[in-house]
Ligand binder design. Structure first.
Ligand code: ZN
Length: 342
């Protein structure tokens, strides 16, 4: 026969079990979701341009986990975002590393790495006696396009940028076994865009091993030398695959030191177009346009994250309106090599 106090104990046990089960099931679900990736990797260890596709598969895996609250925390009011790479966060705030596998983009993320996220604008004291400032600060948008080139949309992006007279920054993956892309790499260079280093493989497990920074360094150098040898182009700007924001300092600090040593500057973004979001609705052309244009918050410097791959037709379709909308908001465009703080 149960006493009242036993029942309370039982309920408490049930609660902690539920919590433990929940965390175990997250881990189990993540493992199951990664299993095809592991199998593919094990079966085809030398299949080269698998990485970008794997990464995108990764986004889809997350879509079925239903546990994003534990992974991504975004404050749309302040524009700040927090995400935990491969971590679970329990109710006490303890972070537990699960696996180095993260969604590629962060919904509503508005933190610019290397530059602190701007604080919310506070109301200015009434200065109505003073005349309006005659000049508005110069506003610059840096369009960045990651993970390409791709035969399906890079030509269209380049054509559009040429038509609009705009230069952008392409954080490319070398993709040595993808035939027929040479002319796209060359077009990016010849048409005056910036080509940025985005590692060689985009594999988080290699790049962000907490005990070993050598693979990261090797990847940066390998991509650098590949592009230099093949196209005679020297890359100077790096973007961390998956971004730096939210990664622990113990992971990013030594890697930033490596990039400093190699003479690289590195940037995340402060506007995510959402074109790799889990939700298909977010990846619609109109959603991508709105995600960018509705989140500029009149900042002087925008670094906009877009993606280039076979399935990003809507990104290409969104770009004309993104450009015209940004122009209407007073932005001009530049490449990250010329980045100047706002
Ligand atoms: Zn990427």
């Amino acid at each position: 026969m149960k006493t009242g106090s036993n029942e309370i104990i039982k309920i408490n046990n049930d609660r902690s079990q539920t919590k433990a089960v929940r965390h175990r099931s997250i881990a189990a679900a993540m493992f199951l979701m990664l299993l095809p990736v592991l199998l593919v990797t094990a079966c085809f260890p030398n299949t080269e341009p698998v990485y970008p596709e794997l990464m995108r598969s990764g986004s889809m895996f997350y879509s079925s986990s239903g546990e994003d609250e534990a992974m991504i925390r975004t404050d749309t009011n302040t524009g700040s975002a927090e995400y935990y790479n491969g971590m679970s966060v329990d109710d006490s705030g303890t972070r537990t590393e699960m696996m180095a596998f993260v969604p590629h983009s962060i919904p509503n993320a508005s933190m610019l790495l290397g530059v602190q996220a701007e604080p919310e604008e506070t109301e200015k004291p009434d200065e109505s006696d003073e005349p309006e400032e005659p000049e508005t600060p110069k506003k610059i948008a840096y369009i960045t396009i990651d993970d390409g080139p791709s035969r399906s949309i890079t030509p269209g992006i380049l054509d559009l940028l040429a038509k609009e007279g705009i230069k952008a920054t392409f954080f490319i993956l070398p993709q040595p076994s993808m035939r027929g892309l040479d002319n796209l790499f060359m077009r990016i260079i010849d048409e005056g865009h910036e080509m940025g280093n985005h590692s060689f493989t985009h594999r988080y497990g290699l790049l962000y091993d907490k005990d070993d920074t050598e693979p990261f360094k090797n990847e940066v150098i390998a991509a650098h030398e590949y592009i230099l040898d093949k196209y005679g182009y020297t890359m100077k700007t790096f973007r961390f695959p998956g971004g730096m924001m939210g990664r622990k300092a113990e992971i990013t600090d030594p890697r930033k030191a490596i990039l400093d040593e190699l003479g690289y500057k590195y940037y995340d973004w402060n506007i995510d177009s959402g074109d790799t979001n889990r939700s298909a609705a977010d990846r619609e052309t109109t959603a991508i346009i709105n995600k960018v244009l509705d989140n500029t918050r009149d900042r002087e410097r925008l670094i906009i994250l877009l993606h280039d791959s076979w399935d990003k037709q809507s990104t290409l379709e969104a770009l004309p309106e993104i450009i015209s909308g940004l122009r209407k908001q007073g932005y001009s465009f530049d490449i990250l090599k010329n980045y100047r703080g706002g």
